[in-house]
Design a protein around this ligand. Sequence first.
Ligand SMILES: [Zn+2]
Length: 444
Amino acid sequence: MSAASLSRRRFLGLSLGAVATFTPFGTLLARAAAPQPIYHLPFPGGVVWRIGQGVKGGYSHQGRAAYAWDFFMPSGSPITAARAGTAWMLKQSSDQHCRDLSCPDWNNYIVIDHGDGTSAAYLHGLKDGARVRLGQRVEQGQFLGLSDMTGQAGGPHLHFQVQNNNPTQYVAQSFLIGFQEVSDSLEGVEGVPLSRHDYRSANAVMYDFDVKDGHFYTQTNGKGGGGRGFRVTDDGDVQMWTAFKSLGGPLELGYPVSRPFRLSDTQHVYQAFQRYVIDWDPVTKQPQLGNVMDLLHDANLDSWLSTDREIPLEADFTAADKGRGWDDVIKAHLALLDANKDLKAAYFSAPDPISRFGLPMSGVADTGDALMLRTQRTVFQLWKHDVPWAKAGQVTLANAGELARDAELFSRQVFEPEQFLPEQLSGEVRLPWEVPGFFRPAGL
Ligand SMILES: [Zn+2]
């Protein structure tokens, strides 16, 4: 079997570097020396939003707000910095909106000072949805907060404008700018989004972020970016987020590939990650790594593992383990490692190999590309020649959590990515700061 066909079967060791590294916007460096400041669309890379009201829109983009854009986006959508600067003005205490010009100022806003006498205003943000603090330095493309429809808004959207600084106005006199990834133009300026057109951001993709009592990951949603993914959170007695961190986080376990779930015959709560499944025991209130490979065996999925993934069959220890003391059982299983010194060394490289990998459960099988040895919780792979994800002689671990998913060991629903919801937001960053009496243009 060739390396390419193995790759096609997604039988990969985890390659974290590839997903964790943000790709800088390609042409940014080339144009950085130009005197014109560069703006990016104010949301994460890959995301497409439609402009509602654009520049000099008849509804309310007039006067100070003439050079503004309303990006239609659902409440809770991430907003990113169009340009680097410092968080200068901020309000996030409101959860109200209205369409009436006479209603109070219910706008939440973030104003980023660009340091050259200009700033950008991001309006209608979610209550407690800011992700920067006042005075904080913000890089271009950095996560600023989440959108909503607070203030004067008929529906969820982000109002964005670039303006001349005025310390008493969070919406000051705007002027026309262009965005680097936009090809339309207006009034002789390139990069100007037009009403009722769709625009895709060329920012770095934002893969994961803090939520209430945990973290939200989109890396494994099958698309990259966007608002769908998997939450890892502490929920009452089930401390999955704490467990995930204590067991090594994404570096050791990979990203989550399932929601938390229970099996019918137990109160344990499970959550699958790329490499392992965390098994939370509500009685002891302790996590351990689940014996996924044993569960696959018990579910009669060994033949699928063997034919589809070339994973060795679990040796039958039932008779041999019977009547043995626990120490002898361990000894017998560990003796399986004597078949290969590299696999043995990899196994014992963990501080507590039995709790990390479980006991060895198979002999060493030669698949042509790799030598494989199965344990209760994972599969060791010693590569015989270079493959895209490993060098010859290197040992990797199978993504046992993904095996469980692909083998349909658990209900398919638990592997469905969930929509990120604003109420999942962390309440950690609460900024009570706001200045009453700012000028408020109508109908932003
Ligand atoms: Zn607007």
